[in-house]
Design a protein around this ligand. Sequence first.
Ligand code: 13P
Ligand code: SF4
Length: 325
Amino acid sequence: MKGEGNASEDNSGKQQEILINKIHRLKKRKNAIVLAHYYQVPEIQEVADYVGDSLGLAQQAAQTHADLIAFAGVHFMAETAKLLNPQKKVVLPDLQAGCSLADSLPPDQFEQFINQHPGHTIITYINCSADIKAMSDIICTSSNAEQIIRSIPANQPIIFAPDINLGRYLIKKTGRHMQLWNGACVVHQSFAIEKLLALHRQHPDAKIIAHPEAEEHILKVAHYIGSTAGMIKYVSQDRSSKYIVATEAGILHQMTKTVPDKILIPAPSHEDNTCACSECGFMKMNTLEKLYLSMDTEGPEITLREETRTKALAPLLRMLELSKN
Ligand code: 13P
Ligand code: SF4
């Protein structure tokens, strides 16, 4: 039995190596770039030209000279790349790779919400559709949300959507009153506070680090709160040697590479008693094989109506301009 297991592992290792070589060849032949989010499976992160958070990925998309952008992330991220690159082909390995947070903000309901709060500046978190971006004044990510809010005059009322946990955190941080949409991320809602505290009691020397999409009671006990890129930077600069990480488990790949000598423990979620990890099912829809196929066939492709694209681009460019330094 053991021999058989090793043989099938060898086989899948070889298949993976073949796919990796094919992807590298396609990159050269098609002048293609692979952009990947930290939540992608390790083998996709390894083959990518750039791995980053939502802001970093948008910045890379804005400056690339590639003809084909293979976006290993979720739909709103690939759509953001397309907003910035109307002449280029942007492919997403699996078109079903959505986002529960983006889905929590349907455009017709948001229009009603905006009408109920006239005169407000509309700040939307990048985890939303192009239709929502087209209704916004400025976009933000978890990396720059505080800076974006502070750029709005103090007496100007603000609508913030769709993430209610991030919104509440930002109200606390900036002291600004904002009208919040009640949306959330399934992954970050799943962290269990009792289990987290019990885990911390077992590892009292560990620091808790959390993504601001996590619920208020999780953020309350966190020693550091930040975007995925912010969390990786924090563990590389902080002096502690152990961290409990409250975000999607895919981040552990780059984090481990960045701080190989530190101990990283995934924060426990409600459902999961076995592996203590939280995974985004949408992010994990992309596989190395689907990535290869998307580059080979140049599909599935992200397409946008030109009117939506130009309307959605303006608030995105405003964000990129404010995030330059
Ligand atoms: P970051 O921009 O911090 O990587 O967040 C993206 C995301 O989808 C978090 O769930
Ligand atoms: Fe969306 Fe949450 Fe997945 Fe991020 S982790 S892509 S916010 S569902």
